[in-house]
Ligand binder design. Structure first.
Ligand SMILES: [Zn+2]
Ligand SMILES: [Zn+2]
Ligand SMILES: [Zn+2]
Ligand SMILES: [Zn+2]
Length: 330
């Protein structure tokens, strides 16, 4: 599994380097005991410390030199900024969290995971199923992790989410935001409130919140429709680990940027996103990806499956379709 992810990251680096700029390594360093060269007048010295604030890749002896050089440097600067952005965008995102009970990585599909508003833990369908089948039916339904009774009414559910939000639980924020957006659990439909909560969760780096904000911009829900902003938030979401967002970035890549689309799909597929795998297949069939690309995507998708599969989770899925936690590539 790791190998495929690293492969993708390495390819990414290769890609970003292929867009070579004329920056020489000596201009990149910026430590006090290093001699830098002014990109404008060529002066060398440890006092050449005025960095281009955009690309941070070239140095000048002073602001005047920087200003003079601006028109010459502009194209190179923009290219370097794009390169740096891509390096970040295609970096290996943080891994999905583990189920706190079985310690196996959580599946990305909602059928494979349940958020507990009592303790804020997300527990896998296998552990919830195993726990529920062990406890007697007469007993109150409790959280498999902290044994707190589950909310029995809409009011109680909202109350427990509010408590979690008070302790800065980003997951609770996004849930509450979704309930506000949909006017569920007795809450009035309020898109402004939803966006406010998603922004709070997004500031905490919660990928699903950033993804939702992107979606709102795409369709103009609670905000003015703005595809540029949608892509921006999807990029932030993808960098924090949202596979939905990464898939959308692939699907919304402009014509002529099929290599970028493929890279997004490859990454999402390697983390278990089925639709990305399907997209790679389509790209292969239409000649936009090689047979090798598709084979690699299949292998990495399968390797991810091996990581999240467990007998307990399979039993839960066999018991109820709602517990299905992956889509089979076969
Ligand atoms: Zn100079
Ligand atoms: Zn620059
Ligand atoms: Zn588990
Ligand atoms: Zn709990």
């Amino acid at each position: 599994m790791e190998i495929y992810r690293q492969l993708i990251v390495r390819n990414t680096k290769h890609y970003s380097m292929s867009n070579k700029s004329e920056i020489s390594p000596s201009n990149i360093m910026n430590t006090s005991d290093t001699t830098n060269t002014c990109a404008n007048c060529g002066k060398e010295g440890s006092d050449v410390t005025n960095t281009c604030n955009k690309c941070k890749s070239v140095m000048y002896c002073n602001a005047a030199c920087k200003k003079k050089h601006r028109h010459k440097h502009k194209n190179q600067c923009e290219r370097r900024v794009a390169e740096l952005h891509d390096e970040k965008l295609f970096q290996q995102p943080p891994p999905e969290e583990d189920c706190p009970i079985c310690m196996l990585r959580l599946p990305m599909l909602t059928g494979g995971r349940t958020y507990m508003p009592c303790c804020g833990k997300t527990i896998c369908s296998g552990c919830v199923y195993a726990f529920r089948s062990r406890v007697t039916k007469k007993k109150d339904d409790v959280c498999p992790f902290c044994r707190t009774p589950m909310p029995t009414s809409a009011e109680e559910a909202i109350k427990s989410l509010k408590k979690r939000i008070e302790v800065n639980d980003a997951h609770a924020m996004i849930k509450m935001g979704c309930h506000s957006a949909g006017g569920q659990f007795g809450l009035p439909q309020n898109m402004a409130k939803a966006l406010e909560l998603w922004h709070r969760a997004g500031d905490l780096g919660y990928p699903a919140a950033l993804y939702n904000i992107g979606n709102s911009y795409k369709v103009g829900n609670g905000v003015e429709r703005d595809m540029k902003k949608a892509l921006h938030y999807w990029e932030l979401a993808a960098m924090s680990g949202s596979l939905f967002a990464r898939h959308n970035l692939g699907a919304n890549s402009s014509a002529g940027y099929m290599d970028r689309a493929l890279k997004h799909f490859m990454m999402a597929a390697s983390y278990g996103y089925f639709d990305s795998l399907k997209s790679i297949k389509t790209m292969y069939q239409s000649g936009h990806a090689t047979k090798d690309d598709y084979a690699k995507a299949l292998r990495s998708y399968q390797a991810n499956l091996e990581e999240i599969k467990s007998d307990q989770r399979d039993e839960a899925a066999a018991y109820n379709d709602e517990n299905k936690y992956y889509k089979s590539a076969a």
